[in-house]
Design a protein around this ligand. Structure first.
Ligand SMILES: Nc1ncnc2c1ncn2[C@@H]1O[C@H](COP(=O)(O)OP(=O)(O)OP(=O)(O)O)[C@@H](O)[C@H]1O
Length: 249
């Protein structure tokens, strides 16, 4: 297992001090992702998907339960995870520095990680751009000079460049046009074949999840209400709520 969440609770408090509100964003969430597996996580807005991704990335410590990455608790210094996990977010501009050329954006995680010969970095960057369907000329361009789909390809290249065994895709295709969504989903599938990374693929779009995920987990009100192999889930979902999701598809 690359990621194991066991009974994870996360609680947020919000509102002014005289009207504090506690929100249980995750309640007893138990999920596992095997090496090379894509787990799709679906659920309506506010069901706890993004909080789950934060825990999976080690950006938020559970208030209860345990979270293990590669069989070990998350290190207190996230830097120790450098190169081992990456995230692709809904809006590529969240992870792409507008003042950096595409080549630098993609090179950055590799440089931070260290261990790659300086002379080899450009070759690795161009190779990774090629793997996401962008030719070498893109390396010199700035993120704002690209289309939404191209920008998302750059984010994927940046996520992939250190060859991480685990990638979180959080609503990675949600902001794209439908035709571009299909291209990016195909790209994710192809890259997984090639590099066999494991992934947590979060989307409120159950059609997208059906297309890429090996297994599906459904969240509702901070809880996982069903987990099943995709083939089983999309054939005969067990939970009433899941059934409604699949019927809506
Ligand atoms: N930093 C925070 N402070 C207070 N409450 C929060 C915080 N982050 C999330 N929440 C609350 O936790 C619950 C779960 O939120 P989360 O963002 O994980 O859901 P989600 O399924 O990702 O929703 P969406 O698809 O809209 O992003 C929501 O009720 C949300 O309002």
């Amino acid at each position: 297992m690359i990621l194991e969440l066991d009974g994870v609770d996360v609680t947020f408090t919000s509102g002014p001090p005289w009207r504090r509100k506690r929100v249980h964003a995750m309640r007893g969430v138990t999920l596992g992702i095997a090496d090379g597996e894509i787990l799709g996580l679906v659920g309506e807005s506010g069901s706890g998907k993004t909080t789950t991704s934060m825990v999976a990335l080690g950006l938020r410590r559970p208030d209860g339960g345990t979270a293990l990455f590669e069989g070990r608790p998350f290190p207190s210094r996230r830097k120790e995870l450098a190169g081992r996990m990456q995230a692709v977010l809904q809006h590529p501009q969240w992870s792409l520095n507008p003042r950096m050329r595409v080549g630098q954006c993609v090179a950055e995680p590799l440089v931070v990680l260290g261990g790659t010969d300086k002379e080899q970095v450009p070759e690795r960057v161009l190779g990774t751009l090629d793997q996401v369907g962008l030719d070498a000329s893109f390396a010199r361009r700035y993120p704002h000079e690209l289309s939404g789909g191209q920008r998302q390809r750059v984010s994927i290249a940046r996520a992939l460049v250190t060859r991480p065994p685990f990638i979180v895709f959080d609503e990675a295709v949600s902001a794209l046009d439908v035709s571009v969504q299909a291209q990016i989903l195909n790209l994710i599938k192809d890259l997984r074949e090639e590099f066999s990374f494991a992934a947590l693929f979060i989307s409120h779009d159950i059609g997208a999840v059906r297309y890429v995920a090996d297994r599906v987990a459904v969240m509702r009100g901070g809880e996982v209400v069903e987990t099943a192999e995709s083939a089983v889930f999309f054939g005969t979902p067990e939970h009433e709520y899941s059934r409604r999701l699949v019927e809506a598809l």
